[in-house]
Design a protein around this ligand. Structure first.
Ligand SMILES: Nc1ncnc2c1ncn2[C@@H]1O[C@H](COP(=O)(O)OP(=O)(O)OP(=O)(O)O)[C@@H](O)[C@H]1O
Length: 296
């Protein structure tokens, strides 16, 4: 079931088009990634869905509700991650949770959230004194305090060290495991690859692809090696092989599945000696570059 349905969203700031006909849907229970370089319209898209910005045209439905017309009703169903600047430095952790819980008709018990998100011993700490990772955990807890069915997380791991990022990823998986749909805005490929069930790639205000991370990558691998032999036999006809190219002694074979085993067995059968053998995956970054013509 689609919980979010967006059709032909358009928005311009001072005559400059920022969203140019964005359409997508988010299914219940998935982690849906919104990926794209800086300034491509990710935040504008998500904030229109949250009801924080008004699109110039297009339709948005969140559980069948219109974010602007039905703002009150929708507020009870969504959880939005705050930006850092929105919390006063001297607010205590428990005070922030208590305050945000008061904005909802059926909030969660914030004491439980403190336990769940490893903040129980920081209950009386002031926001300004928390570490980057603790702040992020508090932001997640605040996004969940209203007991939402969809949580919007925007650039959650920016500025975190690799260990804290990994911990945050585990937390995001836990949100999904608890039955909450997650919309995740990111410009990190590894994050999207690790977490998202499906990804929408935005490029200059347009949707250039919506697919699973592996669908975007295409499941293709590249095998590179050097040979002295002239005749390599029919590599292109082997199972899984999608392409063969040769420049002098350097050979590149692309393929899917177990094609590399078939290629090595074939070369051994033909007594072809291979050196400098390397196999690498096409990455989401490669796919993004191919889709948009620009790199991250
Ligand atoms: N309130 C605003 N007034 C004018 N221009 C804006 C406003 N908000 C965003 N923009 C412009 O719209 C474009 C898209 O911004 P948006 O924040 O949606 O992109 P983004 O993909 O989320 O970028 P980032 O990754 O940097 O957050 C940018 O060029 C930005 O400068």
């Amino acid at each position: 079931m689609a919980v979010i349905e967006v059709t032909d969203l358009r928005k311009a700031y001072a005559g400059q088009t920022v969203l140019d006909g964005v359409s997508f849907s988010v299914e219940e229970g998935e982690i849906f990634g919104v990926l794209g370089p800086n300034g491509t319209g990710k935040t504008t898209t998500v904030e229109c869905v949250e009801g924080l910005r008004r699109p110039d045209s297009g339709t948005i439905e969140v559980f069948g509700l219109d974010p602007v017309r039905d703002a009150r009703e929708m507020h009870e169903l969504i959880g939005v991650q705050l930006q850092q600047a929105q919390l006063p430095e001297n607010l205590k952790v428990w005070e922030a949770l208590d305050l945000y819980a008061s904005f909802y008709a059926r909030p969660r018990d914030w004491r439980e959230l403190l336990e769940e998100w490893g903040l129980a011993d920081k209950r009386n700490a002031r926001f300004g004194k928390l570490s980057g990772g603790q702040k992020q955990r508090l932001f997640i807890a605040l996004a969940l305090v209203g007991n939402p069915r969809v949580a919007f997380l925007d650039e959650l791991t920016t500025g975190l060290d690799p260990q804290a990022r990994r911990t945050t990823w585990e937390l995001i998986k836990r949100i999904r495991a608890s039955g909450v749909t997650v919309v995740l805005v990111s410009h990190f490929m590894d994050e999207v690859e690790e977490l998202c069930d499906r990804v929408m790639v935005l490029d200059r205000g347009r949707v250039v692809a919506v697919d699973t991370p592996s669908g975007l990558v295409g499941g293709e691998q590249r095998m590179r090696f050097t040979v002295q032999a002239r005749d390599l036999g029919d590599l292109a006809g082997l199972p899984g092989v999608t392409g063969v190219s040769r420049t002098g002694n350097r050979v590149i074979v692309t393929g899917r599945g177990d094609f590399a085993t078939a290629v090595t067995a074939h070369l051994a059968r033909h007594h072809v000696l291979v050196s400098d053998l390397r196999i690498d995956n096409r990455t989401l970054e490669d796919a993004f570059t191919a889709l948009t013509g620009q790199s991250f």
